[in-house]
Write a protein that binds this ligand. Structure first.
Ligand SMILES: Cc1cc2nc3c(=O)[nH]c(=O)nc-3n(C[C@H](O)[C@H](O)[C@H](O)COP(=O)(O)OP(=O)(O)OC[C@H]3O[C@@H](n4cnc5c(N)ncnc54)[C@H](O)[C@@H]3O)c2cc1C
Length: 326
């Protein structure tokens, strides 16, 4: 079945289109899997491996209406911000879990973490609320890469690294899964994935040389098992004391990668994974999740263990208690 196309501006260098929900399934306590279809997906990029490709989803406004981008030019953000706030709906960032099928039958699959009523609170956040009621036949606007055009949004960049480390919480599982799926068969390293509960552990494919460790919190604090597991992996010793991060230590836009610094640190023009006698030579680390947890690891890895900023990507995918700006 081909879903009717509704692409606003077919000439834009990115895909900006309404897509239809073909399937919405609560696959585990914390994940709703959404399968989106639409003829425009024949043009879905990226041209190469998907890795941790991020995209934007725009959820309908309170009246259930999606914004129109009929006159959008390349500065889609400006077009979107010009729509009155109560009308424009909400934009959030997600990861392509899977791109399946061919041509107009291509499907875009996304895993949305749901955090309903956590700690006794009512479900919060437009992405969360939408996912909790999602059903086939509903529509979303998607901003995603278009074949043949540079879009950005893939942070995975291990360069010449010989040893890989991937660390993330439930929001980063789709990205880590994508990287592991797309790695060369001879890659070596380790992945640590923290999820809310045992039942959120998924089957994922990884090269034989990459170990995959799931760390369900099962009611424990965020990062409580993740931090020691990662430090044990790197140093051979798990710290017995928790990493304490104060609120004012958190960069609200935490995004420290070899090529970008949200805190304004100097970024080298050409970055490379250190070799020779440098500490952790040959290692490339990709770390994403709740900002406080990621900040704690950043402090340990960069300040205490001396990892070079050219060999690490630390990304705040979300922040506890803070709604993402849109
Ligand atoms: C590059 C990138 C890729 C991402 N990929 C994915 C993905 O594939 N799947 C996915 O689910 N998320 C992903 N995220 C994270 C997602 O964008 C955020 O979780 C976002 O805040 C969700 O929006 P919301 O509308 O549900 O909540 P918001 O309106 O942003 O926040 C409302 C409240 O919900 C809380 N909240 C937000 N997210 C969570 C959570 N996961 N658990 C508990 N509380 C939460 C906030 O702290 C806040 O108190 C990604 C983020 C980035 C930057």
């Amino acid at each position: 079945m081909t879903v009717e196309q509704n692409e606003y501006v077919a000439t834009l260098p990115m895909l900006l289109t309404e897509l239809e929900v073909l399937r919405a399934e609560r696959v585990s306590p914390s994940y709703v899997r959404i399968e989106l279809g639409g003829a425009a997906l024949a043009q879905l990029g990226p041209d190469g491996p998907v890795y941790d490709q991020r995209i934007k989803l725009i959820f309908p406004n309170a009246a259930g209406v999606l914004p129109s981008f009929a006159d959008a030019d390349e500065s889609i953000w400006t077009t979107w911000m010009q729509i009155p706030e109560e009308e424009r709906g909400s934009m959030r960032t997600y990861t392509i879990r899977d791109r399946v099928g061919e041509g107009a039958e291509t499907r875009l699959v996304i895993d949305i973490v749901v955090h309903e009523g956590e700690d006794g609170h009512a479900p919060d956040g437009p992405g969360n609320r939408w996912a909790l009621q999602a059903a086939a036949g509903q529509r979303l606007v998607v901003l995603a890469p278009r074949k043949g055009h540079e879009f950005g949004g893939i942070e995975w960049s291990p360069g010449t690294a010989t040893r890989l480390l991937l660390v993330g919480d439930e929001t980063a599982v789709p990205a880590i899964r994508g990287v592991l799926r797309d790695l060369p068969a001879d890659a070596t390293g380790a992945a640590y994935l923290e999820v809310p509960v045992d039942a959120d552990v998924q089957q994922i494919t990884a090269p034989a040389g990459v170990s995959v460790t799931w760390l369900p919190r099962n009611g424990g604090a965020r990062g409580a098992e993740l931090h020691p597991a990662v430090l044990d992996h790197l140093t051979g010793t798990a710290p017995t004391e928790a990493i304490v991060v104060s609120d004012d230590e958190i960069d609200p836009d935490l995004w420290e990668t070899p090529v970008h610094s949200s805190s304004g640190e100097e970024v080298a023009v050409a970055t490379a994974v250190p070799t020779g006698d440098a500490p952790y030579a040959g290692l490339y680390a990709w770390i994403a999740g709740e900002s406080k947890v990621v900040t704690g690891l950043r402090r340990k890895l960069v300040n205490d263990l001396g990892l070079d900023r050219g060999q690490v990507a630390f990304m705040g995918y979300w922040r506890e208690g803070v709604s993402m700006r849109s």
